[in-house]
Design a binder for this molecule. Structure first.
Ligand SMILES: [Ca+2]
Ligand SMILES: [Ca+2]
Ligand SMILES: [Ca+2]
Ligand SMILES: [Ca+2]
Length: 356
């Protein structure tokens, strides 16, 4: 005989299956407008997923002008980033790192050269890009519920405002009747920025309709030349104090205008200033004339730039190259694993030795 609990349980799952069938029927009954179910699916995810992400993987600078602290890890681990973070078991991470090492070491001489690391960085950067393309497919479906392959600015605006808690139906109605939307100042500012970006992502003809590819460059400006320029312009605008559209070191080591309240905290944050100074002088200012131009910043931020990847490779090797042979051996990578992967693995090795 079935226990009472098991009976209730199967009754519950029967109910759920029926509910699901009804939901499906409801959707198929209205093929022209199946946005209801999709919205439900979207709601369960991050509410901001249709917004351009704040952080771009594999790009050296954040859109707010801060240096990307995890850049090394992103170009070394690729899409395995999360796996490394989530798995706190050092033994497993150590194994993963050894597997990565053997993959980077293409000629199998048990050491990684700058060329090998450069090739690896390019490969991992491409991995981040492919991930963005896949995610974009999903996000595009969410903003293009009727599936005609184009999203208008108004359609996107509605989705954006809905994600901010506005009533979607009301917004649609008001836009249709040309009524005022009554949006708070902060949201309006975000919306204005998004619209600028939307214009930039819209290739000719300028109809404010984005297809999937244009929408990708809207969400991920790092992989489109035009959008990269736009992103660089915005960063310079935020950091440039005298309005000459170029950055001096002192402009670069100040926080963006509008975050003045952080100035005091920043003054005492020596490391922050030191890191930025080093990056400005040694890397971004390519011709070392003390000025960073838009072109220099654009080159610096371009994730597909092979020259940058080689520089990065050399920098990564220099950090851990204890025996000074301009190559990385497995032991060196393990010792500096925190730099490459974000997790300490050498301490673990030492502990194991002590244990036995
Ligand atoms: Ca090698
Ligand atoms: Ca300036
Ligand atoms: Ca320069
Ligand atoms: Ca070495």
């Amino acid at each position: 005989m079935m226990s009472r609990q098991a009976f209730l349980c199967s009754l519950g799952s029967l109910y759920l299956s029926l509910l699901f069938v009804f939901l499906l029927m409801d959707v198929y009954a209205r093929p022209a407008n199946n946005s209801a179910l999709k919205e439900k699916l979207v709601d369960t995810k991050d509410e901001n997923e249709i917004l351009p992400p704040d952080h771009l993987n594999g790009v050296k600078m954040e859109m707010d002008g801060h240096l990307n602290k995890e850049f090394h890890q992103e170009v070394f681990l690729g899409k395995e980033m999360e796996e490394f973070e989530e798995d706190s078991e050092p033994r497993k991470n150590r194994k993963k790192l050894m597997v990565i090492f053997s993959k980077v070491d293409v000629n199998n001489d048990k050491k990684i050269s700058a060329k090998e690391m450069q090739r690896w960085i390019m490969e991992k950067t491409d991995e981040h890009f492919q991930e963005a393309v896949e995610e974009n497919k999903m996000h595009f479906r969410a903003v293009d519920p009727d599936g005609d392959g184009h999203v208008s600015w108004d359609e996107y605006k509605v989705k954006f405002l809905a994600s901010k808690g506005f009533n979607e139906k009301e917004i649609v109605e008001k836009i249709r009747n040309n009524e005022e939307l009554k949006i708070d100042e902060e949201t309006q500012e975000v919306l204005d920025n998004l619209k600028d970006r939307w214009y930039q992502a819209d290739n000719p003809p300028p109809d404010l309709l984005l297809n999937e590819e244009e929408f990708l460059s809207f969400l991920h400006p790092e992989h489109s030349r035009g959008m990269l320029k736009f992103m660089v312009k915005e960063i310079i605008r935020d950091l440039d104090q005298d309005g000459d559209k170029r950055l001096t070191l002192s402009e670069f080591i100040s926080l963006p205008v509008g975050t003045v309240e952080n100035q005091q905290a920043q003054d005492i944050d020596d490391d922050w200033v030191k890191d930025r100074k080093k990056e400005f002088e040694e890397v971004i200012d390519a011709n070392h004339d003390g000025i960073v131009t838009m072109e220099e910043l654009e080159e610096y931020m371009d994730p597909m730039n092979e020259y940058n990847a080689l520089n990065e490779a050399k920098q990564m090797i220099a950090v851990a190259d204890e025996n000074q042979n301009h190559h990385l051996e497995l032991e060196e990578i393990l010792k500096y694993s925190e730099y490459f992967t974000g997790s300490k693995l050498m301490d673990y090795a030492r502990n194991v030795h002590e244990e036995f």
